[in-house]
Ligand binder design. Sequence first.
Ligand code: FPP
Length: 265
Amino acid sequence: MLGNWLNFWRVRKNKSDSDMVRELYKLLDTDRLPRHVAIIMDGNGRWATRRGLPRAMGHRAGVESLREIVRTCSSLGIQYLTVYAFSTENWKRPAEEVSILMDLLVEYLKNELHELNQNNVRIKAIGRIEELPQKAREELDSSAERTQTNKGLTLNLALNYGGRNEITEAVRKIALEVASGALKPEGIDEHVIDMHLYTSGIPDPDLLIRPSGELRISNFLLWQAAYAEFWYSPVLWPDFRKVHLLEAIVDYQRRQRRFGGLKPK
Ligand code: FPP
């Protein structure tokens, strides 16, 4: 895979990240960017543990990566970035860690709002937002409202999000429409299901990135990622930088997407 080749190239030529970024910009085709990039921001805990730090420090360092990746997506002209920030399963973590993550979310939104607006970034949240702590909900509502007219990158924060839960809720809403007579069972198609997901109106992700060496989808965008190109990296999220995003995009651009069809002749 090209991703592996690029890593090899970096090690062999002993290039710095900034040299690599320059090389990668030369390889990048700006006319064929993924419209929607989705990222499972994984590895914060391991990053901290390896340094003898509390896990919270890993999450804080992860916010720096998020900042850099949002800036990069925005300046490249990518239309949608969805990041998995808190899953429906993450409530199983100690209450203190959950609370730190919620505080970081509030801090991120407060600190970034000005720059996000300057860069024309729109904030949205997907997931069971109504179950988040009040201060997180309020900050999300206010950030979404204050960025709603921005036409650049849409930053989708997946919070208290689970793909199975999203599909279950969509099925429930569709069943209610059928029960009320507003929809016929034979009228249910993929488009109807799409329209009942949190991501309604947003194109499916083209590129799904998972750092930290794990090769799982972990209940993320289960329906929407049906044909996403998967890119993984051993780099832990707090170390994930522009150079890694560019590697992923250049690799994506070298692939042939067939969506179940045949290679064009
Ligand atoms: C997974 O790493 C990461 C999370 C559960 C949280 C992701 C959150 C951030 C990057 C920062 C806060 C987000 C916002 C939107 C401000 P892990 O803790 O499971 O890592 P591990 O697998 O190494 O333990």
